[in-house]
Design a protein around this ligand. Structure first.
Ligand code: ADP
Ligand code: MG
Length: 293
């Protein structure tokens, strides 16, 4: 039989827009001392728009956008959608791409007119053993300082252009960090995005610890590292790449509008996509179990 306290909690939680997939997680939530948030799609809306294009002497702006949209043609990533929209907004003709390949946590590649073309972030540049060229440095630094995500267009393995993408921080993200601090909980952020973007968002929100440029296969290791240091860890995420970390955490919490894989890996689902519900969840768990003891 389900203990009475658990049944009461489950229905209370449901009334607050939380779907409990693992009942014992509601009890564990009262002991959480560290909560780790994914950035894109969790603390932010995850709906990017291209707000700037930086080019080198090797390419013009329109050609850069069209080429990037070509290799992003088959990607499901929010960045890909934004790049395709930028090409559509400019009425550009997008060339044909062959041999499309998604490179998880890094970017995409394809062949256009017999040439290898990539679009991706800093993790991709590292993998291809190349660096941001001098003529894109100022563009990238300014975008990063403004919390904009930067991805690069590479032709023949060389970066030739860069795109700045703006995302919007969810208004509730500001409140949840304060609320969790008020409950004595440390707040961390875990993201595949570049360190300067991650730091800008963390500064804005008052987040204590940042793990940036983390590859999808390493996200759960950061959660495990905190657990090994004696922390009881809650993880909040929305993406396929968050699933192992959600499963690893003591309490895994998925954003309701997130991917199916994230929702299935979580103990609790925030139906209203409201990060503030994370603080409500801990407060509810503490209040309920205190009363019943
Ligand atoms: P996040 O933790 O920000 O949700 P992902 O693991 O999905 O991150 O992606 C990490 C980084 O890899 C992105 O910030 C971007 O730099 C790069 N990336 C991933 N997919 C793409 C893509 N389709 N186009 C361009 N860059 C991409
Ligand atoms: Mg995400």
């Amino acid at each position: 039989a389900i203990p009475l306290v658990v049944a009461i909690n489950t229905s209370l939680a449901a009334g607050n827009g939380m779907l409990i997939r693992d009942r014992t997680a509601m009890e564990r939530a009262r002991g959480l001392d560290t909560i780790v948030f994914d950035k894109t799609g969790t603390l932010t809306e995850g709906e990017h728009g291209v707000v700037g294009v930086g080019t080198t002497d090797a390419i013009g702006e329109s050609e850069a956008v069209a080429l990037a949209a070509a290799v992003e043609g088959d990607s499901e990533h929010v960045i890909a959608r934004a790049v395709r929209e930028a090409a559509a907004d400019r009425d550009l003709t997008v060339p044909e791409t062959r041999d499309f390949e998604a490179i998880k946590g890094r970017g995409v590649r394809g062949t256009v007119d017999g040439e290898t073309v990539h679009v991706g972030g800093p993790n991709l540049l590292t993998q291809l053993d190349t660096a941001v060229p001098d003529d894109l440095r100022a563009f990238a630094d300014e975008a990063g300082a403004n919390a904009q995500t930067v991805v690069y267009l590479l032709r023949g393995g060389e970066p030739v252009a860069a795109f700045a993408l703006a995302d919007v921080i969810r208004p509730e993200s500001y409140r949840v960090v304060d609320a969790l601090h008020g409950l004595g909980i440390e707040v961390a952020m875990l993201t595949g995005d570049a360190a300067d973007v991650a730091d800008a968002v963390a500064d804005e929100l008052g987040i204590d610890t940042v793990f940036a440029e983390v590859l999808p296969e390493d996200k759960d290791r950061h959660v495990a590292g905190l657990q090994e240091a004696g922390k009881l860890v809650g993880m909040v995420g929305d993406g396929v790449n968050d699933a192992p970390a959600l499963a690893r955490a003591d309490v895994g919490i998925a954003i309701g509008s997130g991917t199916d894989v994230a929702v299935q890996s979580a103990d609790i689902v925030l139906v209203q996509n409201n990060p503030m519900d994370v603080a409500r969840l801990v407060a509810l768990s503490r209040a309920s179990y205190r009363k019943m003891q």
